[in-house]
Design a protein around this ligand. Structure first.
Ligand SMILES: [Zn+2]
Length: 106
């Protein structure tokens, strides 16, 4: 990695003025802070930082999907337990404890 010369600008193209039917694209005006494969980038456009940010965002999305699926499964289990109780299941407390234990480890 070379030393970044003072005043070197980030090489990223960014959206500028609205020209009515399209946007003007211009070079990012920030000073470069890193060099990646011979190109200079500011902190915001650093490809490695951007990839890490996208990976973190993807991980949050996946975790959110899993949480939603877990919640749906819990609601389904509750509904099934209530249906069993409505049908005359003879140990409603035990059934409720079983469903809660599966969800919360109680
Ligand atoms: Zn930039």
């Amino acid at each position: 990695m070379n030393v970044i010369e003072a005043g070197t600008k980030c090489c990223e193209r960014v959206r500028g003025a609205n020209l009515g039917w399209r946007y003007e694209y211009k070079q990012c005006s920030r000073l470069a802070t890193v060099e990646r494969e011979g190109k200079f980038y500011c902190k915001q456009h650093d490809p490695e930082a951007r990839d890490a940010k996208r990976a973190a965002s993807h991980a949050r999305f996946e975790a959110n999907l899993k949480a939603q699926a877990d919640r749906r499964n819990f609601v389904t289990a509750c509904e099934q337990a209530i249906r069993h109780i409505a049908d005359g299941y003879n140990d409603p407390v035990g059934l409720a404890c079983e469903v809660l234990a599966k969800e919360f480890g109680e």
